[in-house]
Structure formats: structure tokens, C-alpha cells
Design a protein around this ligand. Structure first.
Ligand code: AMP
Length: 632
């Protein structure tokens, strides 16, 4: 006998779910279905998304509905439109062979008139988001006085999203005799309170130990300097050419910026956040579901309830403010028995947060190393070789050219041909990653252990004198300046003595000079109102200055400078490009702003143009089919 039959599910439904590939019940289905089928209990299920909980409550509901009666008998409330559509579609699929079953989805952002019409036709199971449901109740367009079952799905999310009051109002229209089934991934105090307020002696089912994350998900973290975050993220993506991932950012702005940067860098990515219209969100989701999008960059709220199978990686570009949200994020992968990886890219001060998350999810993270350029190149190379091996050949089309192609290659051995084909792509990537830096946060220390000079050391080695700080000024040789002019300019505008000015390093469109560290602030302040032939003159601490203040503040200041520099009348661009990776440390300044969620993205693009090492991968061969498609 089919195990779902054994749990008490009727043949018609079993046939439908068998077609969906459900052969054996998941643990939550096995635990919940017999309890819920009795129809006589309130119920609390603590289960992650992806565990099969929709069927765990959907199948018993379908058993408990009286199909001869055409009024609302069950109400399922869930936090988002996406989840609402998923649940209603899932239940419709389970009920495929039940001709009189009627399920209606009620959610915001869609035409209410159609939903009202569907309700009017008669409905037994209503799946709804709280806001729209309340709207419809206010119009007195639905009667819940005979509802026998209420399901609160992703209860923690509904409370996070501020639906408590709406839920209270909606439930007050349902009879006291109804049974309430609550599902939640986490059980914060507020959810506990709902269970206490609305339920009588609920049966409780916890999947695994409390708050235990999905066992199919591996958790990894990478420690990088804030300025290297974006570059490290791209390396991780390049190292996983088959990635199908969701990338979480903290804010809508960060989400949009990262997505735009990725697109400019040749990746197949798009953003999903609350500032998009419903139509735009639907479009993005459709592309992601269809897999014509490889990376979905999302905020927590926008990504709630997304149920896309086969997500290989969840990447926490920024850790969530609320630890509970980590569970929701990582739960987007490792679904339906598949394995998945949840990655956090953090700075060294965030390790404490990782430890807190470990406690919450009951699982340990693995500390991973950002792949080196060499790792990426090797991985990409063999990815390419594998693709060549498995590519589907269109004999009909290619055959006509084969004789000419063979002709061309007669003087080259098979080995050489292979080498050349592979090199076509390999050289580009090799070139792209040539000399790429170690992006792990402790790279400098490790370099020292190996007796290498770190980047920081090298810049220091260019000789900032003791007691002096190296400053950048956006005036240089092309401004018809000599060293003497510059010295006079500094002294006249700041009042400091020439002895307090150290080495002056004139460049084309900008220069560096040292001043005694105690005068740094005075100098930078003094130059604020100054202009040179109508152009703002700016002074900034150069990359190898001793760090002062918070990293965030410093980054903001620098990214602002970088942005203005690159936009300021077109000067500087050429020089920066020439200086490339090994130049004056401007690279570092630009990269630093990479981690800045506020204004980072223009700097990413600046860096992309200027510094190939971790810049665009448009020329790369690693993006998998989709990235190449994007390049066409
Ligand atoms: P859910 O937790 O309800 O979002 O389900 C996660 C995924 O698992 C969905 O794609 C379901 O279709 C799938 N699923 C649920 N139950 C089973 C089952 N017993 N066997 C195979 N797949 C299932």
C-alpha cells in the first residue's frame, strides 16, 4: 500500500501527489498528517521551509473538507503573495482529482475584482495574505462564520511583517470552535504568544531539535576585509560556475546596487526588492524560476516565501540584522531533499554573529577560504573541458563545414588542437586573474609568515616617512605644477611650515605628499574651500595611512572621493587606468568602497574599468551558459 494511503489519505489525492513525485511522506508529513486528519486538535508545527509542510497541512485539509458544501471551510494565512500562490497551486494540484474542490488565492498587488468574483462563485479553501484578506472582509464579501480550520503558515514571518493586528481582526470573524494549525520556522516569544492566545492545548511537532536548520544545508563563512567583499563574492561565484543562487542584502539600495554591478560585470543577475512594482517582481521571479536568471539579489522581505527548487547557494552578502532571518534565508536552498550551501561573507568583527547564528540553527559553520585566482582559473578550465566533452553536437548544421575545418587543421596534431581551443578561453581567464590578490582577511598575516611582502607593506615600502602621513591631492603635473609650486600651495593654504611637508610625489593628474601626521586634519580641512582655476581641490588620506575612526566612516569618505574623482571633469581616468593594480594604492581606495552599501556601486564600476583583477568577468568563460547568453 502507498505510504500516504496508510496515513489515511484517499486514493484520488494519492494518485495526484504520486504524479507530483511524492513517493514517501517527509518526516513532517508523517508526523502531522495523522494528528491533523483527526480534525480535533489545535496544532503547532515547528518546521523549516522546504520540509514538505504545505502537504503536511494541505492533504489533511483536503480530507476534512465537505465538498457538498460550497462555503469557506478552511482559511490559510501566509505572509507573501508568492507563498500564497504557491500554497494555492500546490493544494489545487493535490486536489486535481477532486472535481468539486474549490481553492481561491487572495493576495495584494492583484486585481481585487477578480478575487471577489472567484469568492462569489463559491470557495471551500481560501489561501490569503492578511492585508488583502482584511480588505475583503471589510467589504463583507466573504463569510468565515463556518470556517472549521485556520492555518497560520510561516507565522513568524507574518508577525515580522507586522500582520499581527490584521490576523487578530481576521480570526475574530471565525468561529470559536475552529481548529488552528500554526506552522513556523522559528518560535520567538511572539509566535508562542499566538499559540497561547488562539489555541487550546495544541499538539506540538518539532522537526529535529528546536530551531535546528535543515540538515541538507552546509553553512560556510568567509572572512574578508570590507573593501574586498564584492570582489570576494565574485570569486566565489566564478569558482562555482553552475551556481543558481539567491544573494541576500540588507537594504533595497544595496540589493539594487549589487545587482547592477553584477550585470555590468557580465553576470546574469537581477534584483528583487520592495521598491519594484508587483509586475516587475513577477517578471524577475519568472526569469529566476525559468532559470534564465542565475543570481537573484534580494532583500529579506522580497524573498520571503520564495519556493524555487534546486537553488544551489544562498549567499549572505550582508548578514541579516535579525538572527532569525538567517534561518529563512538559508532555507531557500536544500529544499525537497536536495543539498545546498549557505554562505556568509563577513568581516572579522562579525564572527561573533556567526557564533550566535550557530546557536540558533544548532549547526556549525565551516570557515572557508576565498578561492585564489589560480583556483578559479583551474576550476573554470575543467568546467570548460567538461562542457566541450558533453556539448550536444548539431551534426546536421555542422557537417557541411567539417571538411573545410579539417582542411585548416591538417597540419596540427589532435593534442595541439585541443590545447588551442581550450586556450582561446583559458588565456582570457588566466590574464584576468593574473596576479590576483589573496582576498582572505588574514592574507597579510599569512603573507608575512611566508616572508612575502603584503600589499600594505609594499605601499609602506614606497616610503611614508615615520611620523608622516601620505596624502592624495587631485592636482598634478598636467596642471603645470612643479614640486615647489605644490609645496608653496600647501604651505600658503594651510599655514604649516615647509618642514612639516615630507616627500612629494607628482603624478599626472594628481599627486601625493607627506605631512606630519599631527597636521593631517588641518591640511584636509584647510583645502575644503579651496579651488584651483574653478576646480574643487581635494585632499584625502592615501591608502596606506594609519587607520583611524570607524571603518564605515572611512569607507564612506573614500568612496565619495573616488566617485568625485572619476566624475570630475574627466581628469584622472587615464592615469588611474595606467596605474592599474600595482599603482599608487588608489586601487585600494576604490576597493575599500566596494563593501560600502551606501555608495559602493559606482566604485565597483570604477574599479572594474581600472583594475582587471577582480573586475568584470565578461570576458571570462566561467559564467556558464547563462552568462554567455547574456554576452551576446
Ligand atoms: P514545502 O515545504 O511545502 O514548501 O515543500 C518543499 C518541496 O518539497 C516542494 O517542492 C514539494 O513539492 C516537495 N515535496 C513535499 N512533500 C514531498 C514528498 N513527500 N516527496 C517529494 N517531494 C515533496
Amino acid at each position: 500500500m502507498n505510504p500516504f494511503n496508510e496515513l489515511g489519505i484517499r486514493e484520488d489525492i494519492v494518485n495526484a501527489i504520486t504524479e507530483l513525485g511524492f513517493e514517501t511522506p517527509t518526516p513532517i508529513q508523517e508526523g502531522a498528517i495523522p494528528v491533523l486528519l483527526s480534525g480535533s486538535n489545535d496544532f503547532v508545527g515547528l518546521a523549516q521551509t522546504g520540509t514538505g509542510k504545505t502537504a503536511a497541512f494541505g492533504l489533511p485539509l483536503l480530507e476534512l473538507i465537505d465538498y457538498k458544501k460550497n462555503f469557506p471551510q478552511a482559511l490559510i494565512l501566509c505572509p507573501t503573495r508568492e507563498l500564497c500562490l504557491q500554497i494555492s497551486n500546490d493544494i489545487k494540484n493535490y486536489a486535481k482529482n477532486l472535481p468539486n474542490a474549490s481553492v481561491v488565492a487572495v493576495y495584494g498587488g492583484a486585481n481585487i475584482v477578480n478575487q471577489l468574483r472567484d469568492i462569489k462563485r463559491g470557495v471551500q479553501i481560501v489561501v490569503a495574505t492578511p492585508g488583502r484578506m482584511k480588505d475583503i472582509l471589510n467589504r463583507k464579501a466573504i463569510d468565515f462564520s463556518q470556517v472549521g480550520f485556520v492555518v497560520l503558515d510561516e507565522a513568524d514571518e507574518m508577525l515580522n511583517m507586522g500582520f499581527q493586528e490584521d490576523i487578530d481582526d481576521i480570526l475574530s470573524t471565525t468561529p470559536k470552535t475552529k481548529k488552528t494549525w500554526l506552522f513556523s520556522a522559528t518560535m520567538p516569544r511572539e509566535v508562542r504568544a499566538i499559540a497561547q492566545n488562539y489555541m487550546t492545548d495544541p499538539k506540538e511537532l518539532t522537526m529535529g531539535t528546536k530551531n535546528t536548520g535543515n540538515v541538507n544545508i552546509e553553512h560556510e563563512y568567509y572572512i574578508v576585509k570590507a573593501r574586498d567583499k564584492y570582489a570576494a563574492f565574485k570569486r566565489i561565484v566564478d569558482y562555482n560556475p553552475e551556481i543558481f543562487g539567491i544573494v541576500f542584502c540588507r537594504t533595497k539600495i544595496e540589493t539594487q546596487e549589487i545587482a547592477e554591478s553584477l550585470v555590468k560585470d557580465g553576470y546574469n543577475a537581477d534584483a528583487l526588492h520592495g521598491d519594484l512594482s508587483q509586475q516587475q517582481r513577477d517578471k524577475v521571479m519568472k526569469r529566476y524560476r525559468d532559470r534564465s536568471l542565475q543570481l537573484l539579489i534580494a532583500t529579506d522581505v522580497a524573498a520571503r516565501g520564495i519556493d524555487v527548487n534546486d537553488v544551489t547557494h544562498v549567499i549572505n552578502f550582508s548578514l541579516p540584522d535579525e538572527i532569525e532571518n538567517y534561518t529563512h534565508r538559508s532555507g531557500r536552498t536544500g529544499r525537497a531533499g536536495k543539498t545546498g550551501i549557505s554562505i556568509a561573507i563577513i568581516n572579522s568583527r562579525e564572527t561573533g554573529k556567526i557564533r550566535q547564528i550557530e546557536k540558533t540553527i544548532g549547526k556549525q559553520f565551516t570557515k572557508a577560504e576565498v578561492p585564489t585566482g589560480f583556483d578559479v582559473v583551474e576550476k573554470q578550465l575543467f568546467g570548460l573541458v567538461h562542457k566541450v566533452h558533453t556539448v550536444e553536437v548539431n551534426d546536421q548544421q555542422i557537417d557541411q563545414y567539417i571538411p573545410r575545418i579539417m582542411d585548416e587543421f591538417t597540419d596540427i596534431s589532435k593534442e595541439d588542437i585541443i590545447k588551442r581551443f581550450v586556450s582561446l578561453e583559458f588565456n582570457r581567464f588566466l590574464d584576468y586573474y593574473k596576479g590576483a590578490r589573496d582576498l582572505n582577511a588574514d592574507a597579510d598575516d599569512r603573507g608575512k609568515e611566508r616572508g612575502e611582502r603584503s600589499e600594505r607593506g609594499e605601499r609602506g615600502g614606497r616610503g611614508t616617512s615615520a611620523g608622516f602621513t601620505r596624502l592624495f591631492i587631485n592636482l598634478g603635473a598636467v596642471d603645470d605644477f612643479t614640486r615647489g609650486d605644490l609645496l608653496g600651495y600647501i604651505c600658503n593654504n594651510t599655514g604649516i611650515s615647509g618642514r612639516s611637508v615630507g616627500k612629494i610625489d607628482m603624478k599626472g593628474v594628481f599627486s601625493f605628499f607627506e605631512v606630519e601626521t599631527e597636521f593631517v586634519e588641518k591640511v584636509t580641512e584647510a583645502f575644503k574651500p579651496i579651488d584651483f582655476h574653478g576646480r574643487d581641490v581635494r585632499i584625502e588620506v592615501s591608502g596606506d595611512a594609519p587607520s583611524g575612526g570607524s571603518e564605515g566612516g572611512e569607507r564612506r569618505e573614500r568612496s565619495g572621493g573616488g566617485e568625485r574623482r572619476s566624475g570630475g571633469g574627466g581628469y584622472g581616468g587615464g592615469e588611474r587606468r595606467r596605474s592599474g593594480g600595482g599603482g599608487y594604492g588608489g586601487g585600494e581606495r576604490r576597493e575599500r568602497s566596494g563593501g560600502n552599501s551606501g555608495g559602493g556601486f559606482r566604485d565597483f564600476s570604477g574599479k572594474r574599468k581600472d583594475d582587471k583583477k577582480d573586475g568584470g568577468s565578461r570576458g571570462g568563460f566561467g559564467g556558464g551558459g547563462s552568462r554567455r547568453r547574456n554576452d551576446k
